[in-house]
Design a binder for this molecule. Structure first.
Ligand SMILES: Cc1ncc(COP(=O)(O)O)c(C=O)c1O
Length: 450
């Protein structure tokens, strides 16, 4: 937005100084006596063309880590960030990833040329198989187009841009609550974002009735965002029977499913089990979109590796869709990065490495499940008021504790425990050593703060 003077007022000293310098660059000699070339104004506010820019608030999730980093307490605990930590509280690089990287480094035939717009071909093929199943009829019929994208976020964004350009319905329904970035990703792509009921605070479980009612009254053809498993932030997933009812309802109204799969294998420890919701929708022959991320399940957070698959009615449609996806990607970032996708492809195509990955993935999922049990037991042994069984019923990286924002603020102030204000805790950030500290904090918050 333009600020300040109208075009008829006299130029400011900064403008006159700039004009003199431009004239000089165009060949006119500098006149040292020109008053506008006197010492530059000392205040940056007078010279910056970005002076009107207001400070944006921190991202609500990443801001938790910013606050945590500033806290000097030795007992501080960060349960805000959705990244896996070991029992020792350290980030983990999987052994199989290190092995794959070593193989890539040792291979002197590898070069750093640009990838095609759609990314690494092997990676795309193997990613589709991983999420849809090796025997997926849609893959066998060539009805799936897969493009490598910048992790889960980039896959969602590319899919959203494609839908905004080429799909007749521009309304997307997202669960309430959901991962905070969904609203912005879809809104900025030009879709109208609406919500459907998902979570029931009373049971700390699924509001299945509300979900069916909302999707039942959505306009025909609307897009519906579904978390494939390990719903973020609630950790509440529909059962297989509930998924089947959701599928029937959505297909009967021609609602278009857009799956977000950020936690395949991370929820149950089993890659196939965590993809069942998607495969159920693909089995019926209908169309859908799937955004896949390798951030959590391969620990490749910063490599930004993911894929968007679009399952179409026919091979011909899929190939036309792919041609248009290229037009979305090319002006956005031209082509995706090569390193992370090469790591994933190396692991997925080698049977022994794939099995090694499965073992390491299960170990991460099991550690999270064991943290749930330990926290539940610790609260029970303290006699903390309330039913905490949702901690062991919920699944995946997060527990939606039910603590309110005042209780969260209390835990941060008194116990140096950092979490998002909606009461979500990352179970992956806990360890046997830190569970008692968290249980003490929750107990105090529940008994002292309304
Ligand atoms: C539900 C959900 N979708 C997508 C993402 C995207 O993650 P990334 O872009 O790091 O793959 C996340 C990450 O926290 C998530 O929780």
């Amino acid at each position: 937005m333009h600020r300040g003077n109208d075009s008829h007022s006299s130029p400011s000293p900064a403008d006159r100084r700039l004009s003199a310098l431009v004239r000089h660059l165009q060949g006119s000699p500098l006149d040292a006596a020109d008053p506008c070339l006197a010492a530059a104004p000392t205040s940056a506010a007078q010279i910056s063309v970005f002076d009107h820019v207001v400070r944006a608030p921190e991202d609500p999730i990443l801001g938790v880590t910013v606050a945590y980093n500033k806290d000097p307490s030795p007992n501080k605990l960060n349960l805000g960030v959705g990244a896996y930590r070991t029992e020792e509280g350290k980030p983990l690089v999987l052994n199989v990833v290190r092995k794959a990287e070593q193989m890539l480094v040792n291979d002197r035939s590898r070069v750093k040329e640009y990838l095609p717009i759609v990314g690494l071909a092997d990676f795309n093929k193997l990613s589709a198989k991983l999420i849809l199943g090796t025997d997926s009829p849609a893959i066998q019929d060539n009805r799936v187009t897969t493009v490598q994208c910048l992790s889960g976020t980039g896959s969602l964004r590319v899919g959203a841009e494609f839908l905004a350009r080429h799909y007749h319905q521009h309304t997307i329904y997202i669960p309430q609550p959901t991962w905070g970035n969904h609203v912005k990703i879809f809104g900025l792509a030009g879709l109208a974002v609406k919500t459907y009921h998902y979570y029931d605070p009373a049971t700390r479980g699924l509001n299945f009735k509300g979900l069916l009612e909302d999707l039942g009254s959505a306009p025909s053809g609307a897009i519906v965002l579904l978390h494939a498993c390990a719903h973020n932030p609630t950790g509440v997933d529909p059962t297989a029977q509930e998924w089947e009812q959701i599928r029937k309802l959505m297909r009967s109204k021609a609602l278009l499913p857009f799956f977000d799969s950020a936690y395949q294998g991370f929820a149950s420890g089993n890659l196939d089990a965590d993809a069942q919701s998607i495969r159920m929708f693909v089995r019926d022959g209908g169309e859908c979109l799937v955004a896949q991320s390798y951030a959590k399940n391969m620990g490749l957070y910063g490599e930004r590796v993911g894929a968007l698959s679009m399952v179409c009615r026919s091979a011909d449609v899929a190939s036309r869709v792919e041609s248009q996806l290229k037009l979305v990607i090319r002006p956005m970032y031209s082509s995706p990065p090569i390193h992370g996708a090469s790591i994933v492809a190396t692991i997925l195509k080698d049977r022994a490495m794939f099995q090694e990955w499965e073992v390491e993935l299960k170990a991460m999922a099991d550690r999270i499940i064991s943290m749930r049990k330990q926290l539940f037991d610790a609260l029970r042994s303290r006699g903390t008021p309330g039913d905490w069984s949702h901690i062991i019923k919920q699944i995946g990286m997060f527990t939606f504790t039910g603590l309110n924002s005042a209780q969260v603020a209390f835990m941060t102030k008194e116990y140096h425990i950092y979490l998002t204000s909606d009461g979500r805790i990352s179970m992956a950030g806990l360890s046997s050593r830190t569970v008692p500290h968290l249980a003490d904090a929750i107990h105090a918050a529940v008994t002292k703060v309304a």
